[in-house]
Design a protein around this ligand. Structure first.
Ligand code: NCD
Length: 303
């Protein structure tokens, strides 16, 4: 694997190999010799807590040097084009560029325009893909349930703007899931239903939760929409918030996931976020192992 841009059309065998490798790193903790002498640069044009930090920790646990490029203090703020920025950074001999950008397909564009062998890893582009999140969500589910073909999975929230929903659907379906229910108010359902071929779309969260084995809750991405589309927080919680009453509609051991950042009292109640069925902190821990696996995959030639 030369770059990681999307999970769309990634074969099951590749996803399984990355998840297996992530489990090995989770058990081992670190392997500092593996990427010693390599340089990973985090280039984030959008805010991030978990993703940027966990890429940094992952790279360090494999022995790589990590540079965090501060976009707001860089020459991109002085009008330098992204192409000039790319070639400037490449001239410093980078091995991997971890990029988050507000525009769809910007990581692909960087991969196409790179002059060197730098590996491009997509850390989230617009609403299109967040492949390491899809992998870590699949790993979090697989640790409890590896029979994806039998699972009923609900993804609820701002599906329309969510790169997490897209990459989750790619990962879960590649692993065999075929009952995926996407739930949101109409304005936050996908504009193009074909994009989520095979998933059921619904506005009725209570009905969607019936017999669910996994529920992935998503934040409303206010930064990606006009205020007119936004319901008031309290109205949203009344219809789409996951509280203990609603969770009881699902199977008794239904797993609760959320990529973070969570908005307590908007899409999820504290009693659920902190409750026994919540796997939210497992997701965070798995994020480091998955990113170690991805960095190792793109930076070390296959054995
Ligand atoms: C998500 C993202 O940035 O796409 N967060 C994350 O990476 N953990 C989801 C979000 O911002 O709501």
């Amino acid at each position: 694997m030369r770059h990681l841009l999307t999970l769309d059309h990634m074969p099951r065998a590749d996803i399984t190999r990355l998840l297996d490798r992530a489990e090995e790193f989770r058990a081992r903790g670190q392997q500092r010799g593996l990427l010693a002498g390599r340089t990973v640069l985090n280039l984030f044009f959008e805010n991030s807590t978990r993703t940027r930090t966990s890429f940094e920790i992952a790279a360090r646990r494999l022995g790589a040097d990590v540079v965090n490029f501060d976009v707001s203090r860089s020459s991109t703020a002085k009008g330098e084009s992204l192409l000039d920025t790319l070639h400037t950074l490449e001239a410093m001999k980078l091995d991997a560029l971890v990029v988050r950008h507000g525009e769809n397909r910007m990581p692909d564009w960087l991969a196409e325009h790179a002059n060197t062998m730098v590996a491009i890893i997509n850390a989230g582009d617009g609403s299109r893909a967040h492949p390491t999140q899809g992998l870590l969500d699949a790993l979090t589910v697989r640790q409890r349930r590896d029979d994806f073909e039998n699972l009923s999975i609900v993804i609820c929230g701002d599906i329309r703007h969510s790169r997490v929903a897209r990459s989750d659907v790619h990962a879960f379906t590649a692993l065999g899931a075929h009952d995926i229910r996407l739930c949101a108010p109409r304005a936050l359902l996908p504009e193009d239903a074909d994009e989520f071929r095979g998933c059921a779309l619904t506005e009725d969260f209570d009905a969607a939760l019936g017999d669910a084995d996994v529920v992935v809750m998503l934040r409303i991405q206010k930064e990606r929409m006009a205020a007119a589309l936004l319901p008031a927080d309290s109205d949203y919680f009344a219809q789409y918030g996951l509280d203990a009453r609603r969770l009881a509609l699902a199977t008794p051991d239904c797993l609760v996931l959320h990529p973070g950042p969570i908005n307590r009292g908007v899409e999820i109640a504290p009693e659920v976020a902190d409750g026994a069925q919540s796997r939210i902190l497992d997701q965070v821990g798995n994020g480091v192992s998955v990113r170690m696996a991805v960095l190792a995959e793109v930076l070390t030639p296959a054995a």
